[in-house]
Write a protein that binds this ligand. Structure first.
Ligand code: ARG
Length: 473
């Protein structure tokens, strides 16, 4: 495009709402570059609610008339209905959601619309919209987390008896109950829920009434607006209120960490579904085939959940980086806060939903779990503990059992092949009970609080159920 066709106003170009001091129209490139309506239209509900509350306050304070308020209310209602019916025309030349709604309102009701922006700036307006939106999304995230937590708990109840090998360094370590393993994720996700609740508290502060940056010179009533929009607190510093997005960062942090937890679980599903582990079989509805290898059943949902955690981490870093160089107060950079936030919200909510739907379809092979739990000298710690119970210092017991493992490996035997004499050759303190040591005994022995003993895990299940039932919605 040459200079002329970009800036010469065709007849149908309307004046900008902020255009008073400008003699030439905005370059079309600039218009396209700066427009956020393609994504910030998502905030229409918050923007309309915020404008309606602002208008009510202006009328109560005698700053606008009752008639103006009635016209504004009717106009905003009509716009809301149009947007929800998909009939509203969002215009790029009107830049963002705030100007789109304000200009549409002016088309409908004329002059009263031009009074709505009294004692307000788009800077405190967008901060208010975004805080209301993030607050609602914290609730959605908590609900999604609840679905996944209860799916994990249901599975833990269904598989209450299933034994698997626990791992450290991905080496078979000690037998654990599958329910114990699943509930570890329920614990992580419960803490994530707490982080969304905390992010909600940070977001739940009203910026409106801060003006562009320095505050407002009209006799406004911020308490009234706060009550109308259900903000328990009012921002105390106008410069801070229009320019910080720490509440966005906190949301990203909670979301990224939730996705990292889900990613770890997803990685387990990928491993467990492999022939090497053979612990879990994926349902047809939650796996895909290969277009070339007819035998394949791929764990795509788990892989995608693991993969999508990456973008939420990236989005967290984007939000931090966006803020770090900005002087007070509002800068247009802040418009860049939205797309990554929306992306993280969509990614998080979709992931919670699909993983929660997949969890109940997992079919475990209890025999494989048990074989892995008992293999590779998994009961070695229990043998050492047996010696300790008979007065042997733990380090000495560890050494003796280590030597026994080495001897078994040399002679191609497992612990089950050993006689009491073999044990006593390794350490004279071994007693007869070693011969009856098994997975059940190993599990039962781990009975300190938090351990994998069946009665402790049953308590963990009950505690998880109880907190799900009592958690604030
Ligand atoms: N679309 C803008 C944003 O998202 C709204 C605020 C614009 N304020 C301004 N002074 N240009 O940040």
């Amino acid at each position: 495009m040459d200079e002329d066709s970009r800036t010469t106003p065709p007849d149908d170009r309307e004046a900008k709402l902020w255009g008073g001091r400008f003699e030439r129209p905005t370059d079309r490139l600039v218009e396209a570059y700066g427009a956020s309506i393609a994504f910030d239209r998502r905030l229409y509900g918050e923007d309309i609610a915020g404008s309606a509350a602002h208008a009510r306050m202006l009328a109560r304070q005698g700053i606008i008339s009752r008639d103006d308020l009635d016209a504004i209310n009717a106009g905003l209602d009509a716009i809301l209905r149009e947007i929800e019916a998909g009939e509203f025309e969002f215009r790029e030349d009107r830049e963002d959601i705030h100007l789109n709604i304000e200009a549409a309102l002016a088309e409908r009701i004329g002059e009263p619309a031009r009074r709505l922006h009294t004692a307000r700036s788009r800077n405190d307006q967008v901060a208010t919209d975004l805080r209301m939106y993030v607050r609602a999304m914290c609730d959605e995230a908590s609900e999604g987390l609840m679905e996944l937590r209860s799916a994990l708990l249901d599975l833990a109840e269904r598989e209450a008896e299933t034994v698997i090998s626990g791992y450290t360094h991905l080496q078979r370590a000690q037998p654990v109950l599958l329910a114990h393993h699943l509930l570890a994720y329920e614990e992580m996700l419960t803490r994530d829920t707490g982080r969304f609740r905390a992010a909600r508290v940070t977001a739940n502060v009203l910026p409106l009434g801060s003006g562009a940056l320095a505050g407002v010179g009209y006799p406004i009533d911020r308490e009234f607006v706060a009550r109308e929009l259900r903000f328990p607190e009012i921002a105390a510093n106008s410069l801070d209120a229009v320019s910080d997005r720490d509440f966005v960062v906190e949301f990203h942090a909670a979301a990224a960490l939730t996705m990292v937890h889900i990613s770890r679980f997803a990685e387990e599903i990928v491993l467990w579904a492999s022939a090497e582990f053979g612990l879990v079989q994926l349902d047809d509805a939650f796996s895909t085939g290969s277009s070339i290898m007819p035998q394949k059943r791929n764990p795509d949902v788990a892989e995608l959940a693991r993969g999508k955690s990456a973008r939420t981490i990236g989005n967290l870093v984007q939000a931090l980086t966006l803020l770090k160089g900005q002087p007070l107060a509002y800068n247009r950079d802040l418009q860049e806060d939205k797309e990554p936030l929306f992306d993280t919200i969509d990614t998080l909510l979709d992931t919670l939903e699909v993983v929660a739907a997949m969890v109940p379809t997992l079919r475990f092979d209890a025999a494989r779990g048990r074989a892995a739990a008992g293999g590779d000298f998994a009961l070695a710690t229990d043998l050492a503990d047996h010696l300790v119970q008979r007065g042997v210092p733990f380090r000495e017991a560890h050494e003796a059992v280590g030597a026994l493992v080495a001897e078994c490996e040399r002679s191609g035997r497992t612990f089950e092949d050993l006689t009491l004499d073999d044990y006593r050759a390794a350490h004279p303190a071994f007693g007869e009970e070693v011969l009856s040591l098994d997975i059940e005994a190993s599990l039962a022995a781990r009975s300190a609080y938090g351990g994998t003993a069946p009665e402790r895990v049953a308590e963990q299940r009950e505690a998880a159920r109880a907190r799900m039932l009592t958690e604030p919605a």
